[in-house]
Ligand binder design. Sequence first.
Ligand SMILES: Cc1cc2nc3c(=O)[nH]c(=O)nc-3n(C[C@H](O)[C@H](O)[C@H](O)COP(=O)(O)OP(=O)(O)OC[C@H]3O[C@@H](n4cnc5c(N)ncnc54)[C@H](O)[C@@H]3O)c2cc1C
Length: 247
Amino acid sequence: MNLELTEEQKLLQKTVREFAESEVKPLAKELDETGRFPRDTFKKAAELGLTGVAFPEAEGGAGFDHIAYSIVIEEISRCCASTGVILSVQNSLYCDPIHRFGTEEQRKKFLLPFARGEKIGCYALTEPQAGSNAAALQTKAVKNGDKYVINGTKAWITNGGAADATIVYVNTEPAKGEKKSAKKKRSWASTPPLAANWSLPIAKFPPPTASAVKAKATRSRSRRSTAAASVLPRKPPASPKARSKPR
Ligand SMILES: Cc1cc2nc3c(=O)[nH]c(=O)nc-3n(C[C@H](O)[C@H](O)[C@H](O)COP(=O)(O)OP(=O)(O)OC[C@H]3O[C@@H](n4cnc5c(N)ncnc54)[C@H](O)[C@@H]3O)c2cc1C
């Protein structure tokens, strides 16, 4: 098995590393101390295509693959774990389910501006009593006409305070769900739980058809050759000395 990065992936790695060193690392300490959401850095990351690395350009993404996405998160997290998780949630927890399971209409509204980084997304699964055991979640969604009314409490939601949209996990039939977790309700030292009381239109996520999957594979093959354009280095190449520097 060839584990070497391709030339395109190496170029991406170098670009993201320069960005992380110059724009992300200087803020890392302050972000961890204050909990501030780094909107300016998020915007700059979006300009490089880092808010939608592995999504098609037609859906607002940079058109790379998942190895490229891993490189991005590795390089950003190397300089700031908080910024790394912000971008990871935007890409993989928020955008990816909509890319995979959303309708065309949902992708247009809830993926395109998010993959472009014009909007911020989050993913609300964890609750005070439901972490690894997601089946114990208690947030309820009750159908009311063409909407669901959602009541519950979520915790540890990355991007939660800044997000324009949330993928929220709910239980529509609490009676059929797992019985209340035996785990005790925890007390929250620094991150307050998010109390939810939303009213959302009913989302329809049809399973992808075989023809849609095949068409997607064809689209991503034809895209790969042009994908590097959005993250090509904007600065002159680093000196040979800097390139050989160990990580
Ligand atoms: C930086 C960060 C960002 C996060 N962002 C989000 C977010 O954006 N959205 C969101 O929904 N959640 C988020 N979370 C929450 C995260 O998903 C949960 O912390 C995770 O699911 C684990 O749940 P828990 O903390 O309740 O741990 P627990 O479920 O209490 O687990 C504690 C320990 O017990 C182990 N364990 C649990 N069950 C079993 C079992 N059956 N057998 C053996 N071992 C077991 C676990 O592996 C773990 O080591 C975030 C957490 C962190 C740290």
